[in-house]
Ligand binder design. Sequence first.
Ligand code: CTP
Ligand code: MG
Length: 221
Amino acid sequence: MTVTAIILAAGRGTRAGGEIPKQWQELAGQPVVAHSIAAFRRAGVGRIVLVLHPEDRARAAGLAEGVQIVPGGATRSQSVRNALESLVSDPPCHVLIHDGARPLVSARVVGRVRAALENGPAAAPAVPVTDALWRGEEGRVAGVVPRDGLWRAQTPQGFHFDAILAAYRAHPGEAADDVAIARAAGLDVTIVEGEEDNLKITLPADFARAARLVKEHAMDI
Ligand code: CTP
Ligand code: MG
């Protein structure tokens, strides 16, 4: 089965702040997104599409070897749509759609998603919610949300290419992630075991945690 990874790096990282978008900030001497690309290479994924903001093309010069560059859109969903349409002329069997801001994804997680795609059209990693969940209003607890059956979604979210392309074409609007678009098209999505360390750098404090984890993981290899 041919597989292509789509690595999303066209966001502006407004919540993370900093001089340059979060995926281009350095983590252990390399841009965040370089770690994401390396993770898919280690997991044996040969074909990689990197979705970039046009202003960031120069930043990608050092990473672009063997990577197909696609321009991003104004939203995450539009960036994914651009990447999927760029593959139509030479389509893979499976695609793995990954947030470039998750540099700690492991080959284990990538492998679990790929394995689940042998048995169904869609699969994505997640971790169970373990903390209690509250709804807050004006600094007070206004309600307690039952957490049974709740998961925190991660990426890569994997799909049979034809199925996710059709789902995106049928859903021109925005969605939080690719699974939401797959579900809207009626696809069955398998949950595979994610990892706590597969964090998405989102807020300023996430850089320090990611840097600690990169060091720890380097010691594991
Ligand atoms: N992304 C993208 N194109 C967009 C928006 C987001 O490729 N128009 C990518 C981001 O680069 C990131 C991933 O989608 O790797 C997840 O999005 P998020 O964490 O929300 O990143 P940003 O949108 O960049 O951050 P923020 O929402 O804080 O501005
Ligand atoms: Mg965003």
